[in-house]
Design a protein around this ligand. Structure first.
Ligand code: GLY
Ligand code: MN
Length: 360
């Protein structure tokens, strides 16, 4: 992997040339991991054509040195941003790029003050994000495993859906099982929502107990070898009434249409529209209150975003979720979510478990 990290830094430097910055301050953990392999929790990375320097504190000194061959490691003294600024000042960079979406005002002021000399600071967003969007074969191999693992976890907890079980107990079981299967943890707080609570797209698990004739939404993400998966399945605890079956079929049809629209060169907005148009036919589009999907990788939400009117075009290496849903207050919600990779000539669904409505 050392060579892959070095290649990514090289690609980043080429992008930096396009933005006319000779150095770039990186403070997002997923970005510094992508560029160096550093897994510590605190740091700042400065990338330049002359080389890259990671500033971190004593807790991570050992791992920084072993994880980031080819990267200069500097221990902070006293604070991270002051030290990063002093380092930048010592290098006489002319144009320092920073990402205004990744730095608080206080952090930016501290780093700029410590740099002192005549550097110009230039806001540049999304350079590393653009590289991260195009997954390399070794990243896709891990993401396939992460997606399969999330599906196994969903299948592994279905048998626990019994009258009286609490949402929190199912969430605990989900996280326990994913770790037993090799995940380092959940990619986001596991969503388990019973009955009316499933109308909240991002319901947090509560002590609510499962009752007969309720919808069950399970949204599970696992991190495996740094990469996230994200899968949602909706079940009916009992025999689903006709209306729920109709809603489920509509969401499933919307997902099929959106997955079919995922293609190298397709616009993200068109993928979103494909799902929305299917829901319009049954009048359910007004209950589809979020976008159709999002990029997935080292973070659970990354570029590209599959929302209304998004002009960005899909490219080989993109991995996105496709997750249409309908949410009806007072009744419940239905969402079906899978992870999909874009190749030059085909689309690959990474998640593997069946999508039909399961009545338990
Ligand atoms: N599955 C959680 C989310 O996409 O936000
Ligand atoms: Mn998702």
């Amino acid at each position: 992997m050392t060579a892959a990290f070095a290649d990514r830094r090289k690609s980043l430097v080429e992008k930096m040339d396009g933005e006319q910055v000779d150095s770039l301050l990186i403070t997002r953990p997923a970005d510094w991991y992508y560029l160096t392999g550093f897994t510590g929790e605190s740091g700042a990375l400065v990338v330049s054509r002359r080389g890259s320097t990671l500033i971190t504190d004593g807790r991570f000194a050992g791992q920084a040195k072993t994880e980031t061959p080819g990267v200069n490691v500097v221990l902070q003294k006293p604070s991270l941003f002051e030290s990063a600024g002093r380092f930048i000042g010592s290098q006489n960079y002319k144009n320092v790029g920073f990402d205004p979406t990744q730095l608080s005002v206080a952090q930016f002021r501290a780093v700029r003050k410590a740099a002192e000399r005549g550097s110009k600071w230039k806001p540049v967003s999304g350079l590393t994000a653009a590289l991260r969007m195009r997954k390399q074969p070794q990243e896709l191999a891990v993401m396939r495993r992460a997606a399969i693992l999330a599906g196994q976890v969903v299948e592994g907890v279905v048998g626990l859906l019994k009258t009286g079980v609490r949402e929190l107990e199912i969430a605990a079981e989900v996280e326990f099982q994913m770790r037993k299967l090799g995940a380092s943890g959940p990619a986001f707080e596991t969503i388990v929502a019973f009955g009316e609570r499933s109308a909240l797209p991002h319901a947090r698990p509560t002590p609510k107990r499962l009752k007969k004739n309720e919808l069950v939404v399970l949204d599970v993400g696992a991190i495996l070898a740094h990469y996230c998966s994200d899968i949602t399945r909706t079940f009916y605890f009992g025999t689903a009434p006709k209306r729920i079956r109709m809603w489920y079929q509509s969401v499933q049809d919307a997902q099929v249409a959106a997955i079919a629209a995922v293609k190298n060169g397709a616009s993200c907005g068109d993928v979103d529209a494909a799902a929305r148009q299917v829901l319009e036919r049954t009048g359910l589009d007004k209950y589809f209150v979020h976008s159709t999907g999002h990029g997935l990788g080292l973070e659970v939400h990354e570029d590209p975003r599959l929302g209304r009117g998004q002009k960005q075009r899909l490219e080989p290496g993109n991995v996105v979720t496709i997750e249409p849903g309908v949410y009806v207050e007072g009744i419940g919600g239905i969402r079906i979510e899978d992870d999909v990779a874009v190749h030059s000539d085909r689309t690959e669904v990474l998640t593997r478990i069946p999508r039909d409505l399961i009545e338990i």
